[in-house]
Design a protein around this ligand. Structure first.
Ligand code: KG4
Ligand code: ZN
Length: 378
C-alpha cells in the first residue's frame, strides 16, 4: 500500500473527509481506510432546501472535527500523508471555498500537494472504489440533487458527457414533488418510502421524450458522431413537465387554487390522504426511473458499453437499483451501483478520483480555485 491521501468534500450540505491509499492491485486499485460524513440535512430541513449561507458556515464549524475523526479512524497522522484531495467544483461556491481553503492550508503546512477533483468524477469513481475496475467502455449515469448526466467512459480516467438534463435534475424533481406532497426534505428517501405503499399505475404522468432540439441550446449533448443524431437527442433528460403534472394533480385533488404559488409549497398537502400520497409517489417514481434507465441503457447499447454504472444520491433509490439490476440481467450487461454509504455525497469518492488522477501522472498544486460550474468532459 502506498502512503495515504486525505480527501475533503464540502460542495453542498455534507461535510466529509476520508483517508485512502493505492493498493497496487490493478483490479481493486484503491482502499478506503476511513470515511466520515457530517450531514447538514437537519439544519436545512425547516427551510425546505439547502440555504447556501448556512451551509458554508456549518462547513467551517464541522470540518476540523470531521478531518480529525477521519485521520484517527484510519490510524494515520498528518505527517503520513502524501497528498490532499478536494472537490474543486461544481457546487455552492461558499461551501466549495471552505474545503478548498482548508485543503490548501493543511497541505501547505505538511509540504504535500493538493489534487483538485471534479465532484462528478468522484461519483463515477465511487463505483470503482466499491466494486473494483468496471469492464470498459462503460456508460455511467450520475444522478443527484444537482445533476443528471450520462457519461461514456472509453478508458480509465476519461469522461465524455453524452446526455444531461435540460431543466431539473432528477433529485431536484424528487425534492420538489416531496415538498408538494408534504413529505419534507430531503425528498428522495421520503418518496422512496411512501411509494412502497402506493399503486404505481394510479396516475399516468407524462414521460418527456426529447424529440425536438432545445431552442436555447439546439445541439444535443453528445459530441458529433458519437451517437446517431436522433439517439443523441433522445438521451438528454427533462423532468420539469413531470413536476408540473404532479402539481396540477395535487391542485385538482385538494381544491387548491390553480393560480398562485401557494399550492406548490405543500400548504395543501394535508388535504391528501396517505394513500393518495403513496399513489402519487409511486406513479411519479415509475416515470422517473424508466426515463433514467431507458436513456442509460439505450446509450449503452449504441456505445457498445461492456458495463453500466449508476452513481450519485438518487442511486440510493430502491426502485432504481432493483430495476437497473433486472434490466442488466435481461440484457446481459453488468450493472454497478455504489453501496448506500457511497451513493450520497462523501469524501471517499473524491479520494478515489484523486488517486485516478495521480495514476495518470497528475502532480497537484495550490494554484487552482473553487469553481461552482466546473465542467467535466475530457
Ligand atoms: O449526490 P447527492 O448527495 O448530492 C448532490 O450532489 O446533489 O444527492 C442528493 C439527492 C437529493 O436530491 C435526494 O433527494 C436524492 O439525492 N436522494 C434520493 C434518495 N436518497 C437521496 N432520491 C431518490 N431516492 C432515494 N432513496
Ligand atoms: Zn453529489
Amino acid at each position: 500500500m502506498t502512503r495515504p491521501i486525505l480527501a475533503i468534500e464540502t460542495s453542498c450540505d455534507e461535510t466529509a473527509a476520508a483517508v485512502l491509499a493505492a493498493t497496487g492491485d490493478p483490479d481493486r486499485p484503491w482502499a478506503m481506510l476511513s470515511s466520515v460524513v457530517a450531514s447538514q440535512s437537519e439544519l436545512h430541513r425547516s427551510w425546505g432546501g439547502v440555504v447556501p449561507e448556512l451551509a458554508s458556515r456549518q462547513h467551517v464549524r464541522d470540518l476540523c472535527g470531521v478531518v480529525d475523526a477521519a485521520l484517527v479512524k484510519a490510524g494515520v497522522s498528518p505527517a503520513d500523508l502524501s497528498a490532499l484531495a478536494v472537490t474543486q467544483g461544481p457546487g455552492l461556491v461558499g461551501s466549495l471555498l471552505v474545503g478548498v481553503a482548508f485543503a490548501k492550508a493543511f497541505a501547505w503546512a505538511q509540504g504535500v500537494p493538493v489534487i483538485p477533483v471534479h465532484h462528478l468524477a468522484g461519483h463515477i469513481e465511487s463505483l470503482v472504489l466499491a466494486h473494483g475496475e468496471m469492464p470498459l467502455p462503460a456508460a455511467v449515469l450520475v444522478v443527484s440533487g444537482g445533476h443528471t448526466s450520462l457519461y461514456f467512459i472509453p478508458e480509465k480516467g476519461r469522461y465524455h458527457l453524452v446526455g444531461r438534463t435540460r431543466d431539473d435534475a432528477a433529485g431536484e424533481a424528487y425534492d420538489k414533488v416531496a415538498k408538494l406532497l408534504g413529505l419534507g426534505y430531503p425528498g428522495g428517501p421520503a418518496i422512496d418510502r411512501a411509494a412502497r405503499e402506493g399503486n404505481e399505475r394510479a396516475h399516468d404522468f407524462p414521460a418527456a421524450r426529447l424529440t425536438h432540439a432545445d431552442r436555447n441550446d439546439p445541439q444535443p449533448t453528445a459530441p458529433d458522431g458519437m451517437l446517431p443524431a436522433d439517439v443523441a437527442r433522445r438521451v438528454d433528460f427533462s423532468f420539469s413537465g413531470l413536476k408540473t403534472a404532479v402539481l396540477r394533480l395535487v391542485r385538482d385533488l385538494t381544491g387548491a387554487p390553480q393560480e398562485g404559488k401557494a399550492a406548490g409549497t405543500g400548504a395543501f398537502a394535508a388535504a391528501l390522504t396517505p394513500q393518495q400520497v403513496a399513489d402519487i409517489s409511486a406513479s411519479f417514481q415509475r416515470v422517473v426511473v424508466s426515463a433514467l434507465l431507458d436513456r442509460t441503457f439505450e446509450a449503452a447499447r449504441w456505445l457498445e458499453a461492456r458495463s453500466v454504472g449508476i452513481a450519485g444520491g438518487v442511486s440510493a433509490n430502491s426502485r432504481l437499483r432493483a430495476e437497473a439490476e433486472s434490466r442488466g440481467v435481461r440484457l446481459g450487461i453488468p450493472v454497478f451501483v455504489p453501496p448506500l454509504s457511497l451513493s450520497t455525497d462523501n469524501a471517499a469518492m473524491i479520494g478515489a478520483a484523486a488517486l485516478r488522477k495521480l495514476e495518470a501522472g497528475a502532480s497537484g498544486d495550490y494554484d487552482f480555485n473553487a469553481d461552482p460550474s466546473l465542467p467535466l468532459n475530457q
